[in-house]
Design a binder for this molecule. Sequence first.
Ligand SMILES: Nc1ncnc2c1ncn2[C@@H]1O[C@H](COP(=O)(O)OP(=O)(O)OP(=O)(O)O)[C@@H](O)[C@H]1O
Ligand SMILES: [Mg+2]
Length: 486
Amino acid sequence: MKSFFKKYINIVKSTETILYTGYVTGVKGLMIESRGPRSVIGEICTIKYPNSEKTLLAEVMGLEDNKVKLMPFGDTKGIEVGCEVIATGHELQVPVGKNLLGRVLDATGTPIDGKGPLEVNEYYPALAFPPDPMTKKPIDRRIVTGVRCIDSLLTCGKGQRLGIFAGSGVGKSTLLSTIARNTNADVNVIGLIGERNREVMDFINRDLGEDGMKRSVLIVATSDTSSICRLRAAYVTTAVAEYFRDQGKDVMLMMDNMTRFAHAQREIGLSTGEAPAQRGYPPSVFDMIPKLLERTGTSDKGTITAFYNVLVDGDDMDEPITDKVRGTLDGHIVLSRSLAQQRHYPAIDILQSISRLSRRVCGSQTLKAVTKISRLIALYEENREMIMAGVYQKGSNPEVDLAIDKHQAIEDFVTQEEDARCTIEDTLNKLSALAEIEIPDEEYVENPAVNRKTIAELVKEHKVEDVVNENSSASRFDISKNLNLQ
Ligand SMILES: Nc1ncnc2c1ncn2[C@@H]1O[C@H](COP(=O)(O)OP(=O)(O)OP(=O)(O)O)[C@@H](O)[C@H]1O
Ligand SMILES: [Mg+2]
């Protein structure tokens, strides 16, 4: 009997019986200022429009004596001094459940696809901490993106986080939509932040299509929404992905794009009185980026593989947002404008791109083939001007000769039609034929490197102490040669 009541006693105990309210005292720039209510930073408040049932959601951004600074999730048109402000007692929460699949939400987690309300009874906080690094599962399974160039030369693992970097109009969104359609992840969670209205409809109807949509959740904050919407949409996207990861799923999270997220925080930071630092970005922008990006990846239950698009301002790869995002992630895919101009799609610049974890998810023969092809691409690029000018004499360097012979075949291998889907079997078969290196069947599985020895194990097997003693004057390079480390 006691336990029967316990549930209700707990509900009563946790119920806030006092309604904290305040009233609007002014609207300054993007901010609404109010006197009261008693609230904490990050808390969601509702503001009542005068003579209407309508309310406006706003987040507490600053506190000063009894003055509250609120950032509204909608238009401030119609708000006047004296409007009632009510504290909800909680931060931004996201409705979660299996029913989210196939739905389109806004930055507050409200459906905007006209398919009716969501039927869920669980909520996740939009602002959460990353999973405990000590309990994270290792990344040892390959994810298939369906893009041949990535699946072969820049192989990614389930739970890896990558950035796609390029200037405007080079093909970031198109590459992301190809991955969304073709990946073998269980669920896609896609955040469209600061995109044009037209692009959102194109993404849903043209790029994803009905089948893609069935296993996807979209969170949308277009360029015309308020800066807090664009900012929080990235958090809501991450929270939805976290829910599916907690269900043990392999999730593919895609964010288009992180630069708009940084712009939104810049607008908010500057309007709350922060000083501009690097290129006008206040310090909070650089603090927020890793906090958001570290939430994806593996946990003890499932994985979130993440692709973050970054619009590189003025094609300058050293601009601060690009630099910060690149440094936080486990790999970067750089798209080149000159390749796009030659209609070489996807315009991936292989020599500038890197997947830091590909060694963990590829077999050793596959790695050999990848190394060979990458080297041939590098050699061709190094000698491109001489080859083009007809100055290069065939026979001067057998490796360059091979790079020239294979050039067209490599170009065909790394490019693909926008609507083409490349299976991993086909990709590895083609890679093997191109590199003339046999890839055994056991490397076609999802986790070909899982039984490969770690560096620590190899060192242990070779009794490193003996080798180090023998080579006390040798350099580290010489020692690893003795150990025959690969
Ligand atoms: N794989 C592809 N095949 C054919 N055309 C492509 C491909 N990728 C990109 N394009 C062309 O490039 C144009 C721009 O691509 P996209 O919109 O993906 O670029 P973006 O980098 O996302 O641009 P923005 O920075 O403006 O968002 C497309 O409209 C299309 O014409
Ligand atoms: Mg785009």
